[in-house]
Design a protein around this ligand. Structure first.
Ligand SMILES: [Fe+2]
Length: 389
């Protein structure tokens, strides 16, 4: 029995330590922190997660008092006890997160079924993924980095404020997020995404930020997205990866191609006989706080935000719907446990999906691209939101 307890302490400590570092990475990436500091945080995570089991082995030893040989926790040194207890404590956070995630996942089925899946490389014959990203994209078992899911999700929104009495309407919103033009995959991948998007008969197209990871690809990115502007009104906000470069140039170039920036402002469109207001937020990285929609004639108000952490602002200002990205769906989604890396002050709670609520319903996209070429159990997604209001 002592042997079992010892192994359980070690297991809890190793899992809890990993959870602690993942929480630090997630919370720090939700803030407007310079990317060099964030990189340092990630390096510390990369070192601490595999390093702690080895350190624990060294601290507890391999003698008869070792935890792994049936020694009790109270037979270990004071510092070993403290460290094992501290790290094990974080298992409780992991358990709570898992329960919340499982509950929310069960509800996702209400809003739509899994969409059409594409192996984009097979479809385009694109062989432009090279180097380490290419190796990871092709060799890592189950890596979905170069796939695409095109799905339809249905939400019913009941605006809480006074508005003109009209019969219910359905708006098809195409939600694109986190394109991350980085060169691998190449433009063939993104052209496939845009071709697929153009077949969706959208009334409105919204992009929630992170366009580029290499400024020299801005031309290609703008050229790739430009055809969408001929189909429907296209609005965007920028994300934290755009913030690393000359983001006002990124904004100017996208605007010149027909896309409308809604960062810190509101645009009102007449679509299907309804007034649709779209506000935007690039907080905490850029620009002003989201703006209140004062026009009482609006039938539907939408906040486009890169980060899902703007949800309290959307609720405070009474937006009916909020569309966000940034979290990449957790990028790695473990069986049972759920998403791992979700840069948000809410951790993995808003990693991806549709969350119907009052006054604000939220859709968080898993996004299309990623700077790190790993997506496990977390397919890039292009979503058509059918919003009834
Ligand atoms: Fe992103």
């Amino acid at each position: 029995m002592n042997l079992l307890y010892g192994w359980l302490w070690v297991l809890a400590s190793v899992i809890g330590n990993a959870e602690f570092w993942v929480i630090l990475v997630n919370r720090s990436h939700a803030l407007a922190v310079h990317h060099r500091r964030l990189k340092l945080m990630r390096r510390m995570h990369d070192l601490a997660v595999p390093g702690w089991p080895l350190l624990l082995l060294w601290l507890t030893g391999t003698g008869p008092d070792s935890l792994l040989r049936g020694g009790g926790l109270w037979e270990q040194s004071l510092w070993t006890r403290r460290l094992v207890l501290f790290t094990s404590l974080w298992c409780s956070t992991l358990i709570m997160q898992t329960v919340v995630w499982q509950r929310r996942q069960k509800k996702q089925a209400r809003f739509g079924s899994p969409g059409q899946q594409f192996d984009v490389f097979a479809a385009t014959g694109d062989v432009s993924v090279r180097g380490t990203p290419g190796l990871l994209a092709r060799v890592w078992p189950g890596n979905e980095y170069c796939r695409l899911e095109c799905n339809i999700k249905r939400a019913t929104v009941t605006p809480h404020r006074q508005r003109p009495q009209k019969p219910a309407a359905v708006l098809r919103i195409l939600h694109l997020s986190d394109l991350h033009f980085i060169g691998t995959p190449g433009t063939a991948y993104y052209e496939f995404v845009v071709r697929t998007a153009m077949q969706q008969q959208a009334d409105l197209i919204l992009f929630s930020g992170d366009l580029i990871d290499r400024p020299e690809l801005l031309d290609a990115a703008v050229r790739t997205l430009q055809p969408l502007t001929s189909l429907a009104p296209c609005c965007f906000v920028l994300g934290n990866h755009d913030w690393r470069y000359d983001f006002e140039e990124v904004r100017r170039r996208l605007q010149a191609s027909g896309w409308r920036s809604v960062a810190g402002s509101v645009e009102i469109f007449l679509l299907k006989g309804r007034h649709i207001a779209i506000g935007g937020s690039e907080r905490p990285w850029m620009g002003a706080e989201p703006v209140l929609v004062a026009n009482s004639l609006c039938d539907l108000t939408i906040l486009l935000s890169h980060s899902p952490d703007q949800l309290p602002a959307a609720q405070r200002l009474g937006y009916d719907l909020m569309l966000a990205g940034h979290t990449h769906g957790g990028q790695v989604v473990l069986p049972v446990v759920g998403p791992v890396f979700s840069p948000s002050r809410y951790g993995v709670a808003l990693a991806s999906g549709l969350f119907q609520g009052a006054p604000t319903t939220v859709h968080v996209s898993r996004g299309i691209g990623a700077k790190d070429p790993i997506r496990w159990n977390c397919t890039p997604e292009l979503t058509v939101l059918e919003v009834q209001f």
